[in-house]
Design a protein around this ligand. Structure first.
Ligand code: GCU
Length: 632
C-alpha cells in the first residue's frame, strides 16, 4: 500500500527498531503497522462499520508468557492466548493437553476503557493484558473489512481466528489491520494484547506526570469499505482563498479512477481522475457563499468525495490560520488564544480515559461556556478523535501534541521512529479538523544537540505533512538568579524553528516568589513571534480554604496565584494566548501529599468531579473581559 506522504525512514527504523518496547516484548516478527504500511482509513468514524465495544474477556500476563517463553523463544501452545480453540473441551478430550489460560472463560470487562477501572487490583498494574471476544461477521460480505482501534496504550499485538494480524506501537493514535480474507461466516474471534509498560525508549518514556492508563482506551470497530476506497482525503481552505483537496485511493481500481468532490450547501462540484498511484490533488476558487469556521461561528459543511463505488464523507470547517510577525491570524484577523490545558480524562471520581461525545462536551463546555474560552491545549498526547470533533462543533481552537515529554531517548533510532510515526498518525487523522491550529512536537525537553536534532526532524515532518498549520513546542526558559525581580530569558535554539513560542512557567508555585512580585516579572523573548504561556498553575484541593495566610493547596492561594500571574501576562507585549495548567484535577502517581493529593495533581480549576474552585471564576472573568475587549 503506497502512501503519498511516505515517511520511509520511519518504517525502516521501526521495523528494525531494536530498542522499541515491542521488539523487547511482543512477537517482533509480526508486521508493525506504521503510516507507511497501515490502512489509514481517514475519517473512519464516519464510515459504515460494526462497533465492537462492549463485553470482552481479559487476562493479565505480567511476564508476557503469551509473547515469549522463559528463554525468549516462541511460547508453547499452553501459553498461546490467541489460539482458535475451546480450551475446556480440548483439555476434557485429551489429558495430555494443558493450557495455562482460557480466554473464553476469563473475567470480563467493558471496552473501551483503561483496565485500571476493570478491577481494583489493576489500579497500579503496568504490563500486558490479553483481551478476547467473539462476534458474528456480516452475513453477505462484499468489499473490504478492517479491524480499527481508536487507540490502545501502549504496544498492541492483534490476532483474528488464531492468526496474527500485526502489531502497533503508540498509545494515542488509531491503527487498523485488514481482515477481509481472515473473516469467516458466522462466529469470529479477536484476541489482542496491550502492553502498557513504558521504558526509557518509548514515547513518552517511563517518567511523566500523568496516569499511564493501560489498555484499549478508545473504540474498536470493524470498518467496511468497497474494494477500492478513499484511504486518505484532506479538504481545506488555502491562504490564497482556494478550496484544496488531496486524496489517496487504495484498491485494484485506485489508478485512473474518476473522482468527484461535493460540499453540501455550496456550489462545489469538483471532478477529476486519480493518477497511476491512486492520488488526486485539485483546487478551485472558494465559493463566495462559503462561511468560514471560527470559534464564534463554527460552521461545518458535509463534504463527500465519490470514487468508483466508494463515497467518503466528513464534516469540515473551512478557515485559515497563519502567523504574521507576532500575531496569530485566524481568517486573516489577529486572535488571542483564551484557553486552558486538558488531559484526556472524563469528569468522574474514577476516570478510565473513556471519552464519549457527552464526556467530551462536558469538558469542552466548561472551557467554551464556563471560562469564555476559544482555545484548548490537548496535552500531552493526541486526544480521542471524539474530542477534536466536538471541538470542531463547539468552536474551540486546538493545540494538538505528541508525548515527546521530558527525558526522551534522543539518540535512539527506534524512539525517533516511534515519535515520527505517532506525529504522522496524529496529523493524518486530524488534518480535516478546523479546530486544530497548532501541532506541538514536545513538552519541557532539556536543550542539547541530540534533542535539537530530534525535534527539528519532527518539525520537518509537520511542515511536509501539513504546511497549513502552525508548529510549536512547550519550552523551558532560563531564569536570572541574581535579578531583583523574576527575570526569564528564552535561550532555547529550537525557538528559531517554531511559529509559536510557548513557555511553561510556575513562578510562585514551584518557586518561593511572593505572588505580589509576579507582575514585576521580566520576560526576554523574541519580539517577532507570538508567545503563548502554554502552562502556569497552582494546586488547590477543592474545599480547602486558607483565607488569611493563603497556604499553598488552598483555593484562596490558587485564586491569588491566577490574579497575579494574569497581571504579569498582561505586561508581556508579544503574548498572544495562554493555556493555564489545567482544566481538571487529574490522576498522577507522582503526587502523594496525604492531605491534598493522594495520586491526584490538583492544579485543576475544577475537581475530578467537576466542582469549581475560586480560581475558575478569576480566569473566567479575565477571558470574558478579553473577549469583549481587544484581541478576541
Ligand atoms: C509541567 C508538565 C506537566 C505537569 C505540570 C505540573 O509543566 O508539563 O505535565 O503536570 O508541570 O507540575 O503540574
Amino acid at each position: 500500500m503506497r502512501k503519498a506522504f511516505a515517511l520511509g525512514a520511519v518504517a525502516v527504523a521501526l521495523v528494525a527498531g531494536s530498542h522499541t518496547i515491542l521488539a523487547e516484548t511482543a512477537g517482533s516478527n509480526l508486521p508493525l503497522a506504521t503510516v507507511d504500511s497501515e490502512p489509514l482509513l481517514v475519517s473512519a468514524d464516519m464510515r459504515d462499520g460494526q462497533d465492537l465495544s462492549g463485553t470482552w474477556n481479559w487476562s493479565i500476563d505480567p511476564y508476557r508468557s503469551g509473547i515469549a517463553g522463559f528463554h525468549g523463544e516462541t511460547p508453547d501452545r499452553g501459553q498461546q492466548r490467541w489460539l482458535d480453540i475451546d480450551v475446556r473441551k480440548t483439555m476434557a478430550q485429551d489429558n495430555r493437553i494443558m493450557f495455562e489460560f482460557d480466554m473464553a472463560h476469563a473475567q470480563t470487562t467493558a471496552l473501551p476503557g483503561s483496565w485500571l477501572a476493570a478491577s481494583p487490583e489493576l489500579r497500579h498494574y503496568q504490563g500486558l493484558v490479553w483481551y478476547q471476544r467473539h462476534f458474528d461477521a456480516p452475513a453477505s460480505r462484499k468489499g473490504r473489512y478492517f479491524l480499527r482501534f481508536g487507540a490502545a496504550n501502549y504496544a498492541t499485538t492483534v490476532y483474528i481466528n488464531g492468526q496474527p494480524l500485526g502489531r502497533h506501537e503508540g498509545g494515542f493514535t488509531p491503527f487498523a489491520f485488514e481482515v477481509t480474507k481472515q473473516l469467516r461466516d458466522g462466529d469470529n474471534q479477536i484476541t489482542f494484547a496491550v502492553d502498557s509498560q513504558a521504558s526509557a525508549n518509548t514515547v513518552p518514556p517511563t517518567v511523566t506526570d500523568w496516569e499511564n492508563y493501560g489498555g484499549a482506551t478508545r473504540g474498536i470497530r470493524l470498518v467496511h469499505t468497497p474494494d477500492t476506497y478513499v484511504d486518505s482525503a484532506w479538504v481545506r481552505l488555502t491562504k490564497d482563498g482556494k478550496l484544496a483537496v488531496d486524496a489517496h485511493l487504495d484498491g485494484a481500481a485506485a489508478a485512473g479512477q474518476a473522482v468527484r468532490l461535493k460540499v453540501a450547501g455550496l456550489p462545489v462540484d469538483l471532478t477529476g481522475k486519480t493518477d497511476a498511484h491512486g492520488d488526486w490533488k485539485a483546487t478551485m476558487a472558494a465559493p463566495r457563499a462559503l462561511v468560514r469556521w471560527s470559534p464564534e461561528k463554527p460552521q461545518l459543511y458535509d463534504v463527500s468525495l465519490s470514487a468508483g463505488e466508494d463515497e467518503w464523507h466528513d464534516r469540515v470547517g473551512f478557515r485559515t490560520i497563519e502567523r504574521k510577525g507576532a500575531d496569530i491570524l485566524l481568517n486573516g484577523k489577529p486572535v488571542f488564544l483564551r484557553g486552558i490545558s486538558m488531559h484526556e480524562e472524563e469528569i468522574s471520581p474514577n476516570p478510565a480515559r473513556i471519552i464519549t461525545p457527552d464526556n467530551a462536551r462536558a469538558l469542552l463546555g466548561e472551557i467554551k461556556n464556563g471560562l469564555h474560552g476559544n482555545y484548548v491545549r490537548l496535552s500531552h498526547y493526541p486526544h480521542s478523535e471524539v474530542m477534536t470533533r466536538v471541538a470542531d462543533e463547539l468552536g474551540l481552537l486546538v493545540w494538538s501534541e505528541v508525548p515527546v515529554y521530558w527525558m526522551v531517548a534522543w539518540e535512539n533510532a527506534g524512539t525517533l521512529a516511534s515519535a515520527r510515526n505517532m506525529l504522522a498518525e496524529n496529523i493524518l487523522r486530524d488534518r480535516n479538523r478546523a479546530s486544530v491550529v497548532i501541532w506541538s512536537v514536545a513538552n519541557e525537553t532539556p536543550v542539547n544537540d541530540a534533542r535539537n536534532a530530534f525535534l527539528r526532524t519532527l518539525v520537518g515532518d509537520v511542515r511536509r505533512l501539513d504546511p497549513t498549520r502552525l508548529v510549536s513546542a512547550a519550552l523551558l526558559v532560563e531564569r536570572d538568579k541574581g535579578a531583583a525581580v523574576p527575570t526569564m530569558t528564552m535561550a532555547d535554539p529550537l525557538a528559531a524553528d517554531l511559529d509559536v513560542l510557548s513557555i511553561n512557567t510556575y513562578n510562585g508555585w514551584y518557586t518561593p516568589d511572593r505572588l505580589a512580585e509576579l507582575p514585576k516579572s521580566v520576560w526576554n523573548v523574541p519580539a517577532d513571534k507570538p508567545l503563548v504561556f502554554s502552562e502556569f498553575g497552582a494546586d488547590a484541593k477543592a474545599g480547602f480554604h486558607s483565607a488569611t495566610n493563603l497556604q499553598k493547596f488552598s483555593e484562596e492561594f490558587q485564586a491569588e496565584y491566577y490574579r497575579q500571574t494574569l497581571a504579569m501576562a498582561d505586561r508581556v507585549p508579544s503574548l498572544r494566548g495562554m493555556s493555564p495548567w489545567i482544566l481538571k484535577d487529574f490522576r498522577s502517581p507522582r503526587r502523594q501529599n496525604p492531605d491534598f493529593q493522594m495520586g491526584w495533581n490538583r492544579k485543576g480549576l475544577i475537581s475530578e468531579t467537576g466542582q469549581h474552585k475560586q480560581a475558575f471564576d478569576v480566569l473566567a472573568g479575565y477571558y470574558a473581559a478579553k473577549a469583549e475587549g481587544k484581541g478576541k
